[in-house]
Design a binder for this molecule. Structure first.
Ligand code: HEC
Ligand code: HEC
Length: 206
């Protein structure tokens, strides 16, 4: 079937900070099978029309939409007999650019709201945070490279959320969904608590 041309590009581009190319994004959209399900409005496709995906939006906003969409997409992929496409951070950056996402459109994140979201979204039903909460690794306060950029975060989520969604279904836990600026706020908190982001002074580790 379609052989992804992405792998070599990733090795050469090296880091998630490489400038994202909209043209590369368009190619990836086809290579990664996205275009099979997301077609132009009026053409039959299993997923929402390309015009609904592609719009001026924030990168974290799009990361949230992608996260939300994983369980639904898993189901339709299975029905279509397709493999879950792998997407690297560099590739995700290009896909995001192609879909009209820029960091400038994300609101300034609020880490304090993010702290409430870690509880409210049920992350700690499975994961620990500073060893409190559930037992699933990773501990969310661990410093992670993928907390660094929306594309890196979205790529990790893309890769791992199928298993997360499966765990949620197994344990009867509601798979969390994100709206508006929630994903940006959550990530801002995870950055802060892991020491990967701007430090807040005067708060010591408990
Ligand atoms: C097998 C079909 C299929 C493939 C392949 C697929 N999607 Fe989807 N996609 C869907 C379906 C179905 C939904 C709606 C899921 C839902 O309602 O939860 C969706 C939803 C989305 C949404 C959310 C739209 C919204 O309204 O918020 C985004 C963004 C998205 N897909 C991007 C992608 C990208 C990027 C790729 C390729 C890497 C991709 N999709 C590949 C079927 C697919
Ligand atoms: C139902 C249980 C469950 C819930 C709820 C859950 N996770 Fe997970 N999470 C998992 C499992 C299982 C894995 C391991 C997935 C794998 O091995 O690929 C995981 C993996 C991860 C990873 C690591 C991915 C990697 O690359 O290793 C991160 C980061 C993460 N989860 C963040 C979150 C956040 C943030 C939330 C809340 C919004 C959340 N998880 C909610 C079960 C859950």
């Amino acid at each position: 079937m379609v052989v992804s041309s992405g792998a070599l590009g990733v090795v050469l581009a090296g880091s998630a900070g490489a400038p994202a190319q909209p043209a590369a994004g368009q190619t990836l959209f086809a290579d990664k099978q996205c275009a099979r399900c997301h077609r132009s409005r009026g053409e039959p496709g299993m997923g929402p029309a390309l015009e609904e995906l592609k719009r001026p939006q924030g990168e974290m906003e799009l990361a949230g939409r992608l996260w939300n969409h994983v369980p639904g997409m898993l189901t339709s992929l299975g029905q279509a007999g397709l493999q879950w496409p792998t997407v690297s951070a560099v590739e995700m950056a290009s896909l995001m650019t192609y879909l009209g996402a820029t960091g400038a459109r994300d609101p300034k994140p609020d880490a304090a709201k993010g702290q409430t979201l870690v509880m409210r979204k049920g992350c700690l039903k499975c994961h620990s945070l500073r060893r409190e909460g559930g037992r699933t690794q990773p501990d969310l306060a661990e410093r992670r490279a993928d907390y660094a950029s929306p594309a890196a975060w979205a790529a990790t989520m893309w890769t791992h959320t199928p298993r997360m969604a499966a765990a949620a279904a197994e344990q009867g836990i509601q798979y969390p969904r994100f709206a508006g600026d929630e994903m940006a706020n959550l990530l801002a908190y995870l950055r802060q608590v892991s020491g990967a982001g701007p430090r807040t002074t005067g708060r010591s580790d408990r």
